[in-house]
Design a protein around this ligand. Structure first.
Ligand code: CMC
Length: 432
């Protein structure tokens, strides 16, 4: 952050505050309001934080108007097409792309942490078989804190790194086992001869009774899906991780909080909601009626997979996801997938419809990811789990950055109180 030299002078009822303006390397300047309460005696009001920069960060940059997404300066399309998920994870965590030797070391370290403590196996039995796998993921990741008390030593850089590696390494195992448990199938242990994405597919789909053959196209698609979900600036779940982390809570607890925040249909739950929506629409003839419902504000119906708080242009991840979707369906020999046909038609109609155009609502990353995942045999209830698995890398990178920031303070927003003024307590007997 550098001083831009610009100062905004804000006046209210004879009082004046001089507010410095800071410049980042990209993006709009930021007005520093930290002296506004002392100067003017007021707080600022920004529900949903749409206009508020809550931190400085060097990890991810988004230009929502231009549809740009950069991780540590690298465009998402270049990373998705040319890098692997483990390279991107290294980049997010460490700031630079790894050399070959650094990458080998990183992958080896991850592989040394893929197993879960055998006691953690027992946790799964405590859940109902029909539990949502996000519930299992959230509970089990939080419970990792019970196994690694060294994670509480957040002031120690080695401890922070170890927790980060444990989280990135163990998430695929927990996610796949959450699925296996709900299916009543045997847990498949991690295979360290496989890549990160291959190992996840193996733990999801292999059976102890027969060898599992990895399809390289599907493994590459899975790797790309992980890259596309790895980080996304200060979204709701990342801000939750940072907020929980600002209290000094251990990183397993903070990531469990992030998983909970991701679960909602307005955030990570959207890809699951897209498929449910497509199934409900049923066929192309029903699209106009569905669009009419979406436009009717009283219906409470939204076009899931459309719109974004930050992107007011095409989500750059959606373009790559769409291409990957066609690749995967081609590889699987799915020529006429009714859901894909419906999605393509829905997209075509929506991007030309005045309602969506006026509000700059374009397809987001989740519009196509659900169709790819479904084609790969991933059940709908696992979609958000996969998102969480990928986003853990972003969460833990953002958490580390926050803890390592000099002068880091607890997050404590203020409010505009609209409740009752002070009044005297009336004893129960006198309340009538
Ligand atoms: N369908 C219909 N109308 C919409 C939609 C939608 N998907 N999204 C926004 N609008 C309308 C909204 O009703 C409002 O209209 P008006 O100005 O007439 O009141 C206008 O567009 C602005 O909407 P908003 O609610 O102020 O926008 P937001 O920035 O608060 O919400 C969002 C962003 C992602 C929650 C929202 O677009 C949405 O609910 N989309 C569907 C869910 C979805 O696909 N979420 C995944 C986001 S990408 C993955 C991730 O990063 O988590």
């Amino acid at each position: 952050m550098t001083e831009s030299g610009k100062v905004a002078t804000v006046s209210l009822e004879g009082k004046t505050a001089s507010l410095p303006v800071h410049s980042g390397t990209l993006g709009p300047d930021v007005l520093d309001i930290r002296k506004i309460t002392a100067g003017l005696g007021v707080f600022t009001f920004d529900p949903g934080y749409g206009e508020t920069a809550s931190c400085t960060s060097k990890i991810t940059f988004i230009d929502g108007d231009k549809g740009v997404l950069l991780h540590r300066g690298y465009p998402i399309a270049q990373l998705a097409e040319q890098a692997t998920f483990t390279e991107v994870a290294y980049l997010l965590l460490n700031g630079e792309l790894p050399t070959g030797t650094e990458h080998d070391g990183f992958v080896e370290t991850l592989k040394s942490h893929t197993l879960l403590h055998e006691q953690i196996r027992n946790f799964f039995n405590g859940f109902r078989r029909d539990a949502h796998p996000m519930a299992i993921l959230c509970g089990t990741v939080g419970a990792l804190s019970a196994f690694y008390s060294d994670a509480n030593d957040i002031s120690n850089a080695a401890s922070r790194n170890l927790s980060a590696m444990r989280l990135i390494a163990k998430l695929p195992t927990i996610a796949a086992w959450a699925y296996k448990y709900t299916q009543g199938e045997a847990f498949i242990y991690p295979r360290n001869d496989l890549t990160y994405a291959e190992n996840f597919l193996s733990m999801m789909f292999a059976h102890p009774s027969e060898p599992y053959k990895i399809n390289p196209i599907l493994a590459r698609a899975m790797d790309r899906i992980l890259i596309l979900h790895a980080d996304h600036e200060q979204n709701a779940s990342t801000s939750t991780v940072r907020m929980a982390g600002s209290t000094g809570a251990n990183p397993f607890a903070c990531v469990a909080a992030g998983i909970a925040a991701l679960w909602g249909p307005a955030h990570g739950g959207a890809n699951e909601a897209v498929l449910k929506m497509l199934a409900k629409i049923g066929s192309k003839e029903n699209i106009p009626e569905f669009i009419a419902q979406v436009k009717d504000k009283n219906s409470g119906v939204r076009l899931m997979g459309f719109g974004h708080r930050v992107y007011k242009n095409f989500d750059p991840r959606a373009k790559i996801m769409q291409a990957t979707c066609h690749e995967v369906l081609g590889e699987l020999g799915i020529k006429d997938d009714p859901l894909l046909d419906l999605a393509v038609e829905l997209e075509k109609i929506a991007i030309h419809d005045e309602y969506f155009v006026k509000r700059s609502l374009y397809p987001n990353v989740d519009f196509y990811s659900g169709i790819i995942l479904k084609a790969m045999g991933i059940p709908t209830s696992m979609f958000t789990v996969l998102f969480a698995l990928a986003r853990t890398t972003g969460w833990i990178s953002q958490w580390k950055e926050m803890i390592e920031e000099p002068g880091q303070r607890i997050s404590r927003p203020r409010q505009l109180y609209t409740g009752s003024p002070e009044r005297d307590f009336v004893p129960l007997a006198k309340r009538g």
